[in-house]
Design a protein around this ligand. Sequence first.
Ligand code: PEP
Ligand code: MN
Length: 339
Amino acid sequence: MLIVMKAGATEAQIDDVLSVIEQLGYKAHPMPGATRTAIGITGNQATIDPSHFETLPGVAEAIRVSKPYKLITLDLRPDKTVVRVGDATIGGDELAIIAGPCAVESRAQAFAVAESVRRSGARFFRGGAFKPRTSPYAFQGLGEEGLRILAEIRDVYGLKIVTEALDENGVDLVERYGDVIQIGARSMQNFSLLRRAGKARLPVLLKRGLSATLDEWLLAAEYVMSEGNYQVILCERGIRTFAQHTRNTMDLAAVPAVRRISHLPVIVDPSHGTGKNFMVTPLARAGVAVGADGLIIEVHDQPEHALSDGAQALTVEQYEELVREVRAIHEVITPAPVS
Ligand code: PEP
Ligand code: MN
């Protein structure tokens, strides 16, 4: 059920609706918008009788939701969500650029890349301290030591830190050292992790699973939001297909597909989306052209020596050129403000 308040509804009327929802034993999710507040209801197994709400003062409509998602949808929030990380945003007017190595390998490596990321004007630094590797024998990341290096980069360069949590304990650690919790493709349906991230005080960057449909991906976001964390960024990172010319097939159509259904920002990851250095810049351009709110890009100071994902890492020079190109595209496709 979705309660749409009248445009002029008062705070007290909204609070009344919230308390009725809670008295019924459900969870209320108020979403203030530019013109009106809507309130999503979760926690109900059976359908809710709209007559509980229809006659309450300030209520415009009580709408039964027939779709599987309740909180990610434009029905609840017609305005786009702008995720705020300090003074940086994802989903607003600015093209968000998140860049850095696949994994934090050493202080020297992370700082060398951060220097370039800062110079490019990007606001976010990525780097895994806990790596979800296919093989248990591959480099697993520096763990908490890696997080300490990331926290230092934040202090020195003022970049916001995006880093992956592999499990619930990882969320505690990212909350301590980072700014955005990345949930990787392999964890997209780790429901206990999603619920824990939903209780976190940091935004969540939710990658699409390797074989996830759009609905499965959006429902994973719904898990996070249903716990009360509405700061979710979706990330298309390529899915597995029969194609052999790429590591994954980057599904650019996912961007307009998400837009049609959800208010959440959506970014693209052409690094994992292609797996190949020479394809990253072309697909980054394409991602911005189809309307992504941002990009996440892997960069390494010495890609040939990278401990993970070296084949898709850009050199710092390639990365800086990419940023110039995608900024130009973003400027062209962004409608000028109405004056
Ligand atoms: C990563 O960002 O380095 C990563 C492991 O990504 P994904 O979960 O999309 O494979
Ligand atoms: Mn990687």
